[in-house]
Structures are given as structure tokens and as C-alpha cells.
Design a protein around this ligand. Structure first.
Ligand code: NAD
Ligand code: SER
Length: 317
């Protein structure tokens, strides 16, 4: 049975991925880690360690202690926070990734690291953005994501480390709030629809971006880790997507369930600038061809499920 270390395991993706991995591979085989410990099912249901990925020794000690096969490196600083704190974003997203790759090289581990739609930039073709195209991002987060893709490719080519990754779009989920990205509005809108009946959108109504519901994102990570490596040509940078919408479209979808829900706009120029530099929609045919990527949720199905699960969660509090 594979043994996993998940870094950034208390974040938006890690909190759900850890539980899914534990369900599939066994609780003891999935070591969750984070920079802080807090009360959570992730901490209580299996091994948990404090690991700051900018600290090489902490990563190395935990990998050796548990005889880890795969590091799923989710520790990162996301786009909006990254523009506020570019030096921290470089420190975590690049120096931290370097430590993870070095430890993987020394201990024979595979490494999964997500890239992002942020790895593209303002002069990338915006519609049906190809798998292989111009990547000149103008955010620190984007710079670290495209550099991370290249660094992971390098570790595969040079040292044979089994590195894999996808370019995730904005992820929508109800378990854990997002950690400071540009696509976060697409999560907050569901909370506000249920809790306040109104939402103030920080992005302009015409802003299209790719999005995905968390169950599809979790499957993407596990399916790619389990894929036959000999068939992977784009190991660290697969475009993946499930849907593309603008604020008006998600608003109208939620209104089908909550007709009295209202939305107005108060555009945040910093977020808008970041969003304007990202694609409207991605071409994910390489992921479909090379490892059979098949998302299950579109906007309609996601909205139905998200409102149901979020309502249950909020009522339980
Ligand atoms: P998140 O912000 O929710 O979680 C990141 C976690 O990393 C947090 O728990 C944070 O405490 C932790 N962290 C920060 N610095 C650390 C350090 N030095 N050492 C260890 N942990 C540290 O992020 P997420 O949404 O779960 O994203 C995980 C990965 O997926 C990131 O690489 C991100 O770029 C990528 N991604 C996410 C999305 C999305 O919409 N959520 C989209 C595209 C790509
Ligand atoms: N959701 C992420 C962000 O907005 C995309 O990488 O930062």
C-alpha cells in the first residue's frame, strides 16, 4: 500500500483530499501535515505532523519517519495573498517546493504538486487555452506556478523523480473555506446566498474563469497519481477543467434554487487585474487523452449539490 505525506493538509484541498486518501489507502498510510495544528477530523483520524515546507529538515524527518512513497504538496500561498506578500509567496511556493523535491529525490518518493490557471498570463490565448502555449504570468503566484511546473519537469528529466501535477482552475467546496485566491468569490457566493440572501461580487459581471467542484479535483489528483506513468507526456502541467462561468451565470444558477437571492457589484481592482490576466476557458484534451480525465460536475449539478451540503453543514453548527 502506498504511503502519503500531504503538506498544507488543513487547507481547502488538503482537508478533503486527506480524508479521501485515508478512505482509500488506510488512515495510517496518509500522514497529514501543516504549519499549525487545530481541532479537525484530519488531525484526529490519522497521523498529523507539523511540517513547514520551507524547513528542509522538517520535511525530511517526516518522510523518513513514515517511509513515505508520495508527497502531495499542497502547501502554498495563493494568488490574492501572493500579491500582498510576494516574498512569502516565493519563499513557500518555490523554496518550499525545492525542499520537497530534494527530499523526494533523496528518498525515492513521487511528488504531486498542483499548478494553476494562474500559470498563464495576459498574452496567453484566452479561449480554449491550449495545453502548450505562451506562459508569461504577471502575478507572483503565477510566476511561482509556471516556475514550479518547470522545476518539477526538471526533477523528472534530471533525477527520475516521479513528478505529476495539474493546472487547477478555481475550486468550489463547502468543507473548508478557500485560502485567499482570486476565484474565491465562487465559494463565498454560496455561503452568502444561504446566510444573507445577498452577495456583493468583487469581480466584474463579464469575468469568465474556469472552475471545478472539489470532488472532481480530488479525483483528478488520485487518478493522476495512479495513472500509468509511461503514458504521461505533460507530467506536471495538465490543463483540467469542468466548467467556465462569469458571476452572472453562477448567480442565475443559484437563483433557480433561491429566487429571492440578490447580487450587486463592488469590483476590487486588485482581484480584477489578476482575473483579467487568466484564461476564460481551458482545453483539457491532453488530460483526457493521457490519463482519461473525466469530470462529473457541471455548474447545474455542482450548484444543486453545493447548496444541499452547505445548508446541512450550516444547520449543524
Ligand atoms: P489553501 O490556502 O487552502 O491551503 C494551503 C495550506 O498551506 C494552508 O493550510 C496553509 O496553512 C499551508 N501553508 C502555508 N505556508 C506553509 C508552509 N510554509 N509550510 C506548510 N504549509 C503551509 O490552498 P489550497 O486551495 O488547498 O491549494 C493547495 C494547492 O492547490 C496550492 O498549490 C494551490 O496553488 C493549488 N491550487 C488551488 C486552487 C484552488 O482554487 N483552491 C486552484 C488552483 C491551484
Ligand atoms: N483559486 C486559485 C486562486 O485564485 C487559482 O489558482 O488563487
Amino acid at each position: 500500500m502506498k504511503k502519503f505525506l500531504v503538506t498544507g493538509a488543513l487547507g481547502q484541498i488538503g482537508s478533503e483530499l486527506t480524508m479521501e486518501l485515508r478512505g482509500r489507502y488506510g488512515n495510517e498510510n496518509v500522514v497529514a501535515s501543516g504549519i499549525h495544528k487545530r481541532d479537525s477530523v484530519v488531525v484526529e483520524s490519522g497521523p498529523f505532523e507539523i511540517v513547514d515546507i520551507t524547513n528542509y529538515n522538517q520535511v525530511s524527518e517526516v518522510v523518513k519517519k513514515y517511509d513515505i512513497d508520495w508527497i502531495v504538496n499542497l502547501a502554498a500561498i495563493l494568488s490574492a495573498v501572493g500579491e500582498e506578500k510576494p516574498s512569502l509567496a516565493w519563499q513557500v511556493n518555490m523554496n518550499g517546493l525545492f525542499n520537497v523535491l530534494e527530499v523526494a529525490r533523496e528518498n525515492g518518493c513521487g511528488v504531486f504538486t498542483p499548478s494553476s490557471i494562474a500559470a498563464f498570463g495576459p498574452n496567453t490565448p484566452r479561449d480554449n487555452t491550449p495545453q502548450d502555449t505562451i506562459q508569461r504570468p504577471n502575478t507572483m503566484y503565477g510566476v511561482t506556478k509556471v516556475s514550479g511546473e518547470l522545476l518539477c519537469d526538471y526533477y523528472y528529466e534530471k533525477f527520475g523523480v516521479d513528478t505529476r501535477g495539474v493546472r487547477f482552475p478555481g475550486l468550489i467546496s463547502y468543507e473548508t473555506l478557500p485560502g485567499g485566491g482570486t476565484t474565491d468569490y465562487a465559494v463565498h457566493i454560496y455561503y452568502d446566498a444561504l446566510q444573507k440572501g445577498k452577495f456583493t461580487c468583487p469581480l466584474d459581471k463579464d469575468t469568465y474563469m474556469d472552475m471545478m467542484y472539489m470532488p472532481d479535483a480530488i479525483n483528478a489528483i488520485i487518478d493522476l497519481i495512479e495513472a500509468d506513468g509511461s503514458k504521461l507526456k505533460h507530467r506536471n502541467a495538465f490543463n483540467v477543467t469542468s466548467m467556465s462561468f462569469n458571476p452572472e451565470r453562477i448567480y442565475n444558477e443559484i437563483r433557480k434554487h433561491i429566487p429571492e437571492f440578490t447580487m450587486d457589484y463592488d469590483v476590487n481592482p486588485n482581484l480584477q487585474k489578476i482575473a483579467n490576466s487568466w484564461p476564460n476557458s481551458l482545453d483539457d484534451s491532453a488530460a483526457k487523452e493521457e490519463w482519461d480525465w473525466t469530470p462529473k460536475y457541471n455548474l447545474e449539478e455542482m450548484t444543486k449539490d453545493m447548496l444541499k451540503k452547505l445548508k446541512e453543514k450550516l444547520n449543524d453548527k
